[in-house]
Structure formats: structure tokens, C-alpha cells
Design a protein around this ligand. Structure first.
Ligand code: GDP
Length: 452
């Protein structure tokens, strides 16, 4: 095994300007950046709504949209034009530098936003897991068409699964877009019916009502997405547009003072000057040019030669930024998607087992599972069941349960399998608060946060 190139590390370390990054950040007064996931049943209108948002905010120009409209009409699906806006943007990104999971960006007056995940992808749940593990909040899109809302919300619909997933991953704020209300004649009764049902469900799912808002809208017509519809369309509605609600959403508290963590979303050759580059979100702390980092779980060191934030060259990046780091002293095949770049004095531990508090989606017994941590996934099993809690009060109702019922809240111990070829030799980088999803048989069986 080749290890980190020490001479190279030392050379780059000399370029460090020893900045006080927290101070620099205050001086810069850049817009806050918030990341969110878009969730909801298939065909709820997620892509169309996001495409409309990007178009109305000027991310995509008139000519491009016209081209999509023509192409869409050719195949007899004129309504697809807006959804293509979103797809196209992610595709363009994937040609160049992919920051995050097919991310799409836009700005409002006060904040810049990244849409994590590409809604509508076939492999949606794994994508969403990766997105939810970095989200500051979620936008839940509901199809208010008669019958469709019910299908999405009931039993096998995805509305509940997605919502529970983001909640159990620690996402606290949710904006509910009561979409396609054009199909329901902009009926206030329909809006209220949906609001009541979803509201009740969100409360039992553990969302604080003060962190939940509802917006009636139509991604297709654009009503109430970025602007209020022309007079009379929704006379009964006095609240804000979808963008107004986004703007009310302050990014969650930034862990600026914590040790540096960046989850690697992408590894690539960033050009002749930059043979090893990574993209990802700074989860905690800060980084500056000249810093030496350690990659976990491999334990290899790398030096930061250059940094880009929002496609601009920078001396530093801070928690919340989606950044590209150009690295030296490490080989490209020694760093993988899902690895965590860390402050070498406080690296994230790579552990072979950990405890987590879960929300069970299916009934849980000691069983084999796939452990998903963002984009990283590895084989493991539920080794111990510690306790089951009352969902309302959080008090222990049973210690050492023999199984956990679907819907239950519980603590368990997860063991990483150390079979051949397992990343990190049977360990996974986690620490208290890491968002983890457990899957089995192609289904999400539980999700939650690592605890002590
Ligand atoms: P996704 O699977 O959630 O991303 O849904 P899409 O954005 O692909 O939309 C699914 C279907 O619903 C498409 O045929 C859209 O044209 C249609 N649709 C999306 N938004 C609206 C809306 O606001 N009103 C109406 N009437 N139809 C919509």
C-alpha cells in the first residue's frame, strides 16, 4: 500500500495562511446556504414544481424552456417541460463538477439553496437517504387531486415513508406543498382537508407544529410558487408563496466550532493541476488551504491545495458550504465516495459496532441489514435490541425486547460485518448524531441517529 506522500503534505502545509475562518466568514457576509430534500409520492409533481421554481427564479432562461416545451409537445407530453428543467440542470452539472447528489442551486434575496437529490429517479430511496443525511429541511409535495392524495398518503404510498425517513434522520423543519390545487379548483375545503390529515400525521411523526407550514400551489401553472396568482385565484389564502416559506427557513445551526468533517460525495480529476479532487458538503468545522486532513475510514492523510465554493476559488470553506477540495499527497484511488475527510487531531472514529436510536419502518429482530451512511453503505446486522420507547413521552416501555414492531421507537446495537472486501475492514465512520438508515430486502427497515 502506498501511504500519503509526506514531502508533498509538508510542501502544501507551508502555504497555509493561518486564517481565523470564523472571522473571515463574518466579514464576508455571504448569503446563508440551506440544503433541502424534496419528498413525496411518485407523480406528486416534485420535478415539475422544482423545475418551475428554478425557471421562475431565472436559473433557466426562456429560450431553454421554449426548447423543452417544443420537445415535450413532440412526444405529446407538453406538461413535462418544467420537469426537464430540473433534469437538465442536474445533467449539466454531472458533465462538469458534480457537487453533491445531482444538486440544483438557486438563490432568493436572503439565502442560496441547494436541492439535494433528483426527485423522480428510479433509485429514489437511496438517493433520498443521501440527501436527507445532509438536509436542513424538507419540502413534502402532495398531489391534492381527488383520489391521488389518498393513494399517496395511505398504506403503501410513499408520502409517509419519506416523511418518517427524513424525521428519523433528524430533519426538523418541513414545508408541505399542497400541489396541483388547480386540479381541485383551488378549493379551500380540499386544502383544509389535506392540511388537517397531513398535520395530524406530522405531529405523530414527531414534527413540532411550529416547524411545519402548508402552501397551496401548482407547479404546472406556477400559482403561488414564486408569485401570488393573479387576483381571485386563491381568494381564501392569506399566507405566503413557496419561496416565502423557503425564506423563513433559516439553515440549522452551523457546527462551525466543531472539528472539521466533509462527507465525500464525489472524487474526480479536477484537471492537470489537480489530479485528486473531491466534492462534498462541509458538515462541521472549517477548512483552509494548507490544511492537512485525514480520510476516514482509511486513515490516509491529504493536504488541501485549493478550495472552491460555488465555483469560486476560495482560501477556506466552512460548515454548510458545498465545496470542492483539490488535494495533494494522496492517490485518487485511496479516497472514495462516502469517506469522511476530518481534522486529523479529532478524526471521526471508525467503529465496528455502534448504538443508534431508530424509528422502525418494518418489524425488527436480530437480522442482516445494509447500513447506509450518506452514500456509503456496508453490510451489517442488528446485534442487540436495547430498549423500546413510548413515542409520545420517550420513556422506556420495554428493555431487551425480542423484537421491535413496525412504527416503534427503539435503541439498538448495529454490528458491521467483517466479511471479505468490506470497506475499512469491518468498520464504518460514525459518531454521535450521524444519520444512519438500515435497509433489508430492498426496503428501508429503520432510520435514525447514532447515540452514545
Ligand atoms: P414527480 O414524479 O413527483 O417528480 O412528478 P412530475 O413532476 O413528473 O409530475 C407528474 C405528473 O403530474 C406530470 O404529468 C405533470 O405534468 C403533472 N403535474 C405536475 N404538477 C402539476 C400541477 O401543479 N398541476 C397539474 N394539473 N398537473 C401537474
Amino acid at each position: 500500500i502506498t501511504v500519503s506522500n509526506t514531502a508533498e503534505l509538508e510542501r502544501v502545509a507551508k502555504t497555509r495562511k493561518n486564517l481565523d475562518v470564523a472571522e473571515e466568514y463574518k466579514k464576508l457576509k455571504t448569503k446563508e446556504n440551506a440544503n433541502f430534500v424534496v419528498i413525496g409520492h411518485v407523480d406528486a409533481g416534485k420535478s415539475t414544481l422544482m423545475g418551475r421554481l428554478l425557471y421562475d427564479l431565472g436559473v433557466v432562461d426562456e429560450r431553454t424552456l421554449k426548447k423543452y416545451k417544443q420537445e415535450a409537445e413532440k412526444i405529446g407530453k407538453s406538461s413535462f417541460a418544467f420537469a426537464w428543467v430540473l433534469d437538465q440542470t442536474s445533467e449539466e452539472r454531472s458533465r462538469g463538477v458534480t457537487i453533491d447528489i445531482a444538486s440544483n442551486k438557486f438563490e432568493t434575496e436572503n439565502c442560496s439553496y441547494t436541492i439535494l437529490d433528483a426527485p423522480g429517479h428510479k433509485d429514489f430511496i437511496p438517493n433520498m437517504i443521501a440527501g436527507a443525511s445532509q438536509a436542513d429541511f424538507a419540502v413534502l409535495v402532495i398531489d391534492s387531486t381527488t383520489g391521488e392524495f389518498e393513494t399517496g398518503f395511505n398504506f403503501r404510498g410513499q408520502t409517509k415513508e419519506h416523511t418518517l425517513l427524513v424525521r428519523s434522520m433528524g430533519v426538523q423543519r418541513i414545508i408541505v406543498a399542497v400541489n396541483k390545487l388547480d386540479n381541485a379548483n383551488w378549493s379551500s375545503a380540499r386544502f383544509e382537508e389535506i392540511t388537517a390529515q397531513i398535520g395530524q400525521f406530522l405531529t405523530t411523526a414527531g414534527f413540532n407544529p411550529k416547524n411545519v407550514s402548508f402552501v397551496p400551489c401548482s407547479g404546472l401553472t406556477g400559482a403561488n410558487v414564486t408569485k401570488k396568482p393573479k387576483e381571485g385565484l386563491i381568494p381564501w389564502y392569506t399566507g405566503g408563496t413557496l419561496v416565502d416559506e423557503l425564506e423563513k427557513t433559516k439553515p440549522s445551526k452551523r457546527a462551525i466550532e466543531k472539528p472539521f468533517r466533509l462527507t465525500v460525495a464525489d472524487v474526480f480529476r479536477g484537471g492537470v493541476m489537480h489530479p485528486v479532487s473531491v466534492a462534498g458538503r462541509v458538515d462541521a468545522g472549517s477548512v483552509q488551504v494548507g490544511d492537512i486532513l485525514v480520510d476516514m475510514p482509511t486513515g490516509e492523510r491529504a493536504a488541501v491545495k485549493a478550495i472552491e465554493v460555488d465555483d469560486e476559488q476560495r482560501d477556506w470553506a466552512i460548515a454548510g458550504h458545498n465545496a470542492v477540495l483539490h488535494l495533494a499527497g494522496i492517490e485518487i484511488d485511496h479516497i472514495r465516495q462516502g469517506d469522511i475527510l476530518c481534522d486529523p487531531t479529532h478524526p471521526i472514529p471508525a467503529v465496528s459496532s455502534f448504538n443508534m436510536k431508530i424509528l422502525a419502518f418494518e418489524s425488527i429482530t436480530p437480522m442482516m441489514v445494509d447500513i447506509h451512511r450518506g452514500r456509503l453503505n456496508t453490510a451489517g446486522r442488528v446485534a442487540k435490541m436495547i430498549a423500546v420507547y413510548d413515542k409520545a413521552t420517550g420513556t422506556v416501555t420495554k428493555k431487551k425486547p425480542r423484537h421491535i414492531l413496525a412504527g416503534g421507537l427503539a435503541s439498538i446495537t448495529v454490528q458491521v460485518d467483517n466479511g471479505p472486501g468490506v470497506i475499512g475492514g469491518g468498520t464504518i465512520p460514525v459518531e454521535v448524531g450521524t444519520r444512519i438508515v438500515l435497509r433489508a430486502f430492498g426496503q428501508t427497515v429503520a432510520a435514525g441517529l447514532v447515540e452514545a
